[in-house]
Structure formats: C-alpha cells, structure tokens
Design a protein around this ligand. Structure first.
Ligand SMILES: Cc1cc2nc3c(=O)[nH]c(=O)nc-3n(C[C@H](O)[C@H](O)[C@H](O)COP(=O)(O)OP(=O)(O)OC[C@H]3O[C@@H](n4cnc5c(N)ncnc54)[C@H](O)[C@@H]3O)c2cc1C
Length: 803
C-alpha cells in the first residue's frame, strides 16, 4: 500500500467504488480505496440489485437516471458485465389516492423527460399476468426499470477506476483517522498508515463507526431487510422476463429471478440491526430469517399474486443496509472537518450510487457538486439527530417505504422532541403542529380539540376553512404567528460588515435597518436567502432558513477571514413571534414606548425595544406581506411576550395563525422561499431577486457570474400564476404546460385566501417570461388553465406593508 495519496476512499461497496471511479474520471489519479475485506463485503453483496428512476425529489431522480445510464460506460471501460436487465416496471395502485400519487409522479416525470405511462388494470395484467386484477385500481408503467448484478456493478466501477489510475487495497481495515493541523489526514490501518489530503467515508454499514473516529455521530441506522426467492414457476415458462413490480398496498416488490420470482418487503414491524455499534467481524454474512415478521406482507402478496403462493420458497435472504432518517443519502463535506467527506446512508445503491459518486467527485475537485443535491446533502441535518432520534425516524421511514406521504401529512415518530416555551399555550388553543428540524411549530389552529388533526389528502383538506379564517384575520385585522423555526445567526466583530458584504450579494444595511439578500456561490447560483438586520456597527443579526443552518455554517466557515469576525448560529437562543395585519401597529404600539409611526419606524427598520417587560429586537417586516413586525427575544422571555401580546390583542381581535396560512400569504405576495423557489440551480435574476444584487460593490462571491446572468437574463424565469383549480391546488413539482408542451415546473402552490384564488409559483424558460397566455398546470392528472400574473396577487404595489 502506498504511504501517500491525494484521496483515500474508505469502503469498497458499490458507493465507494463509484466514488473512486468518478474521481479518476474527473482527473484525480492519485486515489486509493481501502477495503476491510473483499469488495462488496458490506450490504452490497446480498442486495436484490433492483433499480429505478422514480424518486419523490426530482433532483435525486435526475441522478438516478444518470446512474442507470452509466452502466454501459463502466461495462465498456472495464470489460466487466454489470448484469443489466432492463425489464421495465409497473407500479400498482390499489386505491384512488395511490392512483393520484402515480399521476403526480408521471406528471413530474414529464419535465425530467421520463417516459412514464398511466395504464388501466387490464393493461397492467397483460404486462404482468401474475397479478390478480381485483385488488387494483390502475398502474404506472416505467420502461427504464430493471436489475443489475451487485457484484458485477461494483467490480465494473472498481476496474474502471483502476484503469483510470486508482489503487485498491483489500483485507486492510482503517482503524483510526487523525487530522493534521494543515487539514490533511493520517489514515491508520492494520497494515500501515497512509497520509492523505482527503478522506471519503464510504464505509456503508460501518460509516457510523468511521464517523466516530473523528467525533461525528452520523444519523444512519441499518435495518434488517428480507426477500425471498420462490421455486421455479410453470407460469413463467416460455414467457419474456417479467417486469419489475411494486405493489404499494401489499408493501412488496417483485421481480423475476431465473425460473422463479424474487419478492421483498418493507414490513411495518421493521427491526434495526446493530442499533448502537456495527461489529467489525460481520462479513459476507446473512442474518437469521424471520418469516413471522414478514408474514402479513407475504399473505397480501400471495393474495395479490396467487401463483407466487403456490411456488414455494426456495431461498430467503435477510441482510442489513443503512438509512438516514428521511431515507436519502448523506453526501458532502462535513462542517468543521477539513477535507473529510461522506458518501453513506445510500439505501438504493444501484439506482443512486453513480449519482452520488458524480456529485461527490465534482464537489471535491471543483468545489461544487455541480447539481442541486440539497436532498442528499449531509448538512440538511443538525444536532437533533441523536442516536435515539435517528432510530425512531429510520424505523418510521422504513415502515413507510411504500406508503404515500400526503402533502399535509406530518409523521409522528420522535415527537414532540423540541418545543418552544409557548408550546403548551398553543396546544391549548388547538394548534396542529408540524415538525421542522424536530422542532414543533404550529401549522394551523382548529376550533376544538376534536378537530385538531389533519385528514390527509392531495386535495383541499379539513384545515382549508380554518386556514382561510386565519388569512382573513391577518388581512382585515391582526394575527399572531410563532416564527421560532427560522434560522438565526449572530455576526460580530470589527470586520463583520465587510465580511458579510463579501459573502452576500446585497449591500449590508445601515445601523437600524434591514436588507434582504441572496447568497450566491461562485457560479452565481442561489445558495441562500437572508434578512440582514444591522444591530450596530459591528453586529448583524441574520435570519434565514433553519433547515439550512449547517449548510450555511459550512459555507461561512469556508469563507471566514482568519481574524476579526465571529459567526454563531443562535436559532434556539432567540425565539420569535410575529404580528401582522393592518391592526398590528396599534397592537404593538400599546406595548412599546418607541414611536411606531411609519415616519419614526419605517418599513425595514430594526431596533432593540422593550415590549411590555420584555426586551427584544423588533423588525418592521412580515413574510405575509402586510404591515407587520417580527419580534425576537431570548427564549426565556418568549412566554411573557406571547402572553402580553395575546392580552393586549383582545382589544384588536387578535387571532393566532400558523405556517399553512403563512405559506398561502407569501405565495399571494409571490415571495419565494429556500428549497422551493431558491435552490442552487437558479440564479438571482431567474428567481426575481435581481434587485437585491448590488453591483455597486466590486467584490462579492458570485459577482462575475451574476453579472453575466444579468446581461443574458438567465435561462429560466420564476413566474406567478392564477390557476383554474377546483378542489386541489398545486403543491409543488407539477409540470407547467405552454401551448401543449411541458415547459417548466411548479415550485409552490396554495389557495390564496385573501384574494380567493388558487395560485402557484414556478419556473418557465426565459423566452416565456412575458408570455401572457397559453399556460396550464397539471394537478393530479388534470391540466388546469394557468394565467400568469404580472405582479403579486395581493397588494401588488406593496403599499400595505409600507403603510
Ligand atoms: C437484502 C437487501 C436487498 C437490497 N436490495 C436492493 C436493491 O434491490 N436495489 C438497491 O439499489 N439497493 C438494494 N439494497 C441496498 C444496497 O445494498 C445498498 O444501497 C448498498 O449496498 C450500499 O453500498 P455502500 O457501498 O454504501 O455500503 P456497503 O456495501 O456496506 O459497503 C461498505 C464497505 O466498506 C467497507 N468498510 C467498512 N469499514 C471499513 C474500514 N474501517 N476499513 C476498510 N473498509 C471498511 C466494508 O467492508 C464494505 O465493503 C439492498 C440491501 C439489502 C441488505
């Protein structure tokens, strides 16, 4: 084994092998993969090898498409067969909701150029004769599904990497990792040490243990997973290879395996494997079968596919593989650890392994993953992912692998975990809570305790009239919203303003003022949007997206000057409440001594004030787009602040409102939000944030690229639409049609209760930036007329919020 390498990849499963190959492909030749045993000795060797392109996140779906297309390339380079069988696949729906879900998946596939088709039960039965038609309502056909040989794929990646210059060392275990002061690593193994510039943790089942070597507790857990292979079935004799099949109601997947069928299940009563530590002596081992555990799924399977029940079980496999709490991979650099990268928690290695390798290699070599991989970025998690939290969430995710997640569905596991001081107060007012970064926050308020629950649906649900009442209360009077779930950062020091001016695209506001700003990467793409509140010359309070806190801190760390500036996340130190609506000023004025008249405290002002007995910061800004205020107090004061606002609010008809009403109101104002309208695939001019890019500054990250985008106008344009929807509104990811062709996609949608219309925001090509007709938005399989709006639906001039 060499003593020095630019990169050491730890782990020779399908993911590590893919990372190694992609590093050589991008031109990094001095790369070494260290494998404890033989290649595939973790979860890879016993995988069922199924692959598909459909994924709930369109950006992950793109990387899955890439992975499947890659197999030809690595077969050609390596001469090693990947055993690719593209059989096509069908997904069977047993309920109307599932059929709706499939229609939505098909619609999303349109702008991803996927060739998906909704078919009838009769058509499905012709394609997949093993099914008993009476259990199903319809199906979706995907021509690009199939399976591969896990051994073949891993070795094809590995050989292609070796041909590209990589070295692979087997039977060598990494036992420790030691960081040097210059950010390089000593990789300690049982067969000598390697000094590496970069380390990649692709240790699959042992990724958690590798993380612990550097003080990291990665949120991953292995679950036992079982599949069986039936005896040979006479029904298959003389037939073409059977399609892949997913039966959502049965929670099973099925494919042909030689003369029989392979059937696997994500059972409800899933069992974690090695919940705390993974034994190092686990090798190419299987776990004891537990037929009883999967018996309920098998019973449904044998009913839905009767021939399988007659075929007998030839073989069973029970093996572990890892999941993150949301089931998506963990990829990227780790905040606080220089040159340490992860590529783990990959639960669908044969659909996603290629995309993970591509993104990580670009990130390492070019400083950017080159695609929008927010859904798999390791930085989407924070401190709340304790071992027990991860355990509860992974078990929930596993058991729901084939369940529908409705847009208004909040999942119950690991809750409530984080609460603010007013949680009980809000619960007593019949709040229905959502969890965001494991923090409970109110979504809407029901009139009675009995009504305080969501009836899950793709259509307008039971919360609709109550959210409407909340929006009307804000429009006509005053509403109170908890905003503790925003991210907050405390930026201080003599160079704070200069530094922020370099990191953010807009100018840093004067003391006592607020400015909105995009944050751009070097490619001029949106990697954040913030509210900068200038407390004093050397102190700025930043408000942004809480879910992106680690993601932002990782970026800040990379760009911090050595001395003179400190940036500290302080989301839970400051909890917040917002009052919004035409009566919000009078309400707040009744509690503060400062003059709140517009002349004295105009729109976008920020000041320390005393609200009754409570000291806090008050900003004159509201995401609802009304006259409104955001009040930030240290957490110990939040209850007192809430109580005094509620008490004073009685004279003003104050009504509590929640996140659903806020979402509807910000869409009425065409205000975008992170991870929906603002993502690293869009530029600021495309996203309508061009006015917040200050080219008078001659230095900020992304300036040159943003200037080019300004000149060209960019390729896309964010537009607002009024939609002729009936009982279901757009929610996001629906295709936008123009003159009969799919041209774009919805980023957010909701019913705008203040204006009484269904609304959507979405991206279309820049060539359609001014088109004023011919648009449609496809909602649950129906194309609905969509009228582009030239200005926000509510208060287009912004007069109300500036009043
Ligand atoms: C029963 C079953 C069925 C499955 N079916 C499918 C399917 O149909 N389709 C699909 O896409 N996925 C399937 N999977 C999941 C798939 O197996 C995983 O997504 C994939 O194996 C993840 O690969 P990996 O490289 O991340 O991890 P692993 O395969 O676990 O590889 C990690 C490697 O790192 C090595 N390693 C660990 N620690 C060290 C160390 N300290 N030093 C050196 N080396 C180390 C290990 O020996 C191992 O070889 C299935 C899994 C199971 C168990």
């Amino acid at each position: 084994m060499k003593s020095h390498a630019k990169v050491v990849v730890i782990g020779g499963g399908v993911v590590g092998a893919s990372v190694l190959y992609h590093l050589t492909k991008i031109g990094w030749k001095d790369v070494l993969l260290i494998e404890r045993a033989e290649l595939t000795s973790g979860s890879t060797w016993h995988a069922a090898g199924g692959m598909h392109t459909v994924n709930g996140d369109p950006n992950v779906a793109k990387l899955q498409q890439y992975t499947i297309e890659l197999y030809q390339e690595i077969e050609r380079i390596s001469g090693q067969s990947c055993g690719v069988h593209i059989t096509g696949g069908i997904m069977l729906a047993g309920t109307r909701e599932r059929l709706d879900w499939l229609k939505m998946a098909k619609a999303r596939g349109r702008y991803l150029k996927m060739d998906l088709e909704i078919i009838s039960v009769d058509e499905a039965a012709k394609m997949f004769p093993l099914m008993d038609k009476k259990h199903f309502a319809g199906a979706m056909y995907d021509p690009i599904e199939g399976h591969v040989d896990p051994y073949g794929v891993t070795h094809a990646y590995a050989k292609s990497a070796q041909i590209g210059g990589a070295e692979i060392v087997k039977k060598t275990r990494v036992t420790d990792l030691k960081a040097r002061p210059d950010g390089t690593w000593d990789v300690i193994t049982d067969h000598g040490n390697v000094h590496a510039e970069h380390v990649v943790n692709a240790a699959g089942l042992w990724a958690r243990e590798l993380g612990r070597m550097v003080g990291l507790e990665l949120p991953i857990l292995a679950m036992e997973h079982q599949y069986l292979i039936t005896g040979d079935m006479p029904e298959l004799a003389g037939m073409r290879e059977q399609l892949h099949c997913i039966d959502f109601e049965g929670e099973i997947y099925i494919r042909q395996e030689r003369g029989g069928m392979l059937m696997g299940t994500y059972e409800r009563a899933g069992v974690p494997w090695s919940a705390v530590t993974t034994p190092w002596d686990f090798g190419q081992d299987l776990l004891p079968n537990d037929l009883d555990r999967i018996a309920p799924s098998l019973a449904v399977g044998f009913e839905h596919f009767p021939a399988l029940g007659q075929a007998g079980i030839k073989k069973m496999v029970n093996g572990p593989f890892t999941f993150a709490p949301d089931g998506n991979p963990l990829v990227g650099p780790i905040k606080g650890l220089k040159n340490f990268w992860v590529a783990c928690g990959v639960m669908a290695g044969f659909s996603q392994g290629g995309g993970v390798g591509l993104a990580l290699s670009r990130w390492m070599a070019e400083g950017d993953p080159g695609a929008d991989i927010w859904g798999m970025d390791v930085a989407r998690y924070g401190d709340w992912t304790t071992l027990a939290y991860t355990n509860a969430k992974v078990r929930e995710n596993y058991s729901r692998r084939f369940s529908i997640r409705f847009p208004n569905e909040e999942l119950p596991a690991a809750r409530p975990l984080r609460t603010t001081p007013i949680y009980e107060r809000l619960a007593a007012q019949h709040a229905v809570f959502g969890d965001y970064c494991a923090l409970e926050h109110p979504l809407w308020f029901a009139p009675t305790a009995e009504e305080a629950r969501d009836e899950v649906s793709f259509r307008r649900s039971n919360s609709h009239p109550h959210v409407a009442a909340e929006c009307r209360a804000v429009r006509d009077g005053v509403g109170l919203l908890e905003i503790s779930n925003y991210g907050k950062f405390d930026v201080r020091g003599p160079g704070a303003a200069e530094w922020l001016s370099h990191v953010m695209a807009n100018r840093v506001p004067a003391v006592g003022r607020i400015a909105l700003t995009p944050m751009l990467n070097e490619r001029g793409k949106l990697i954040g949007d913030f509210t900068m509140c200038r407390v004093s010359q050397e102190h700025i309070f930043l408000v942004g997206t809480y879910a992106a806190e680690t993601y932002y801190m990782r970026w800040f760390e990379r760009h911090l000057p050595p001395l003179g500036v400190s940036v500290r996340p302080c989301a839970m130190e400051y909890t917040g409440l917002s009052v919004a609506g035409p009566k919000s000023r009078a309400l707040l004025q009744s509690l503060v001594r400062d003059d709140l008249a517009s002349a004295a405290f105009p729109f976008m002002s920020f000041r320390r004030m005393e609200i009754g007995m409570v000291p806090g910061y008050v900003g004159r800004v509201s995401f609802t787009g009304d006259l409104g205020y955001e009040i930030w107090v240290t957490t110990d004061y939040q209850r007192a602040l809430h109580d005094s606002l509620v008490k004073a609010g009685r004279d003003f008809g104050l009504k509590l409102f929640g996140g659903r009403a806020l979402n509807a109101m910000r869409i009425e104002k065409s205000f975008g939000t992170w991870a929906r309208e603002y993502r690293p695939i869009y530029g600021p001019f495309e996203a309508g944030l061009g006015r917040f890019v200050d080219f008078k500054k001659d230095d900020f990250i992304g300036r040159a690229a943003a200037a080019l985008e300004k000149e060209s106008g960019g390729a896309l344009r964010l537009r607002s639409f009024r939609v002729a929807a009936t009982d279901a509104d757009a929610i996001g990811d629906e295709p936008i049609w123009h003159d009969g062709k799919t041209v774009g996609w919805v980023t957010s949608g909701a019913f705008g209760h203040r204006v009484g219309e269904s609304l959507a925001l979405g991206y279309v090509p820049a060539s359609l930036a001014a088109a004023d007709s011919g648009f449609e938005i496809e909602i649950i399989g129906e194309r609905r007329e969509a009228t582009p709006l030239s200005a926000a639906a509510f208060d287009p001039s912004g007069a109300l919020m500036r009043a």
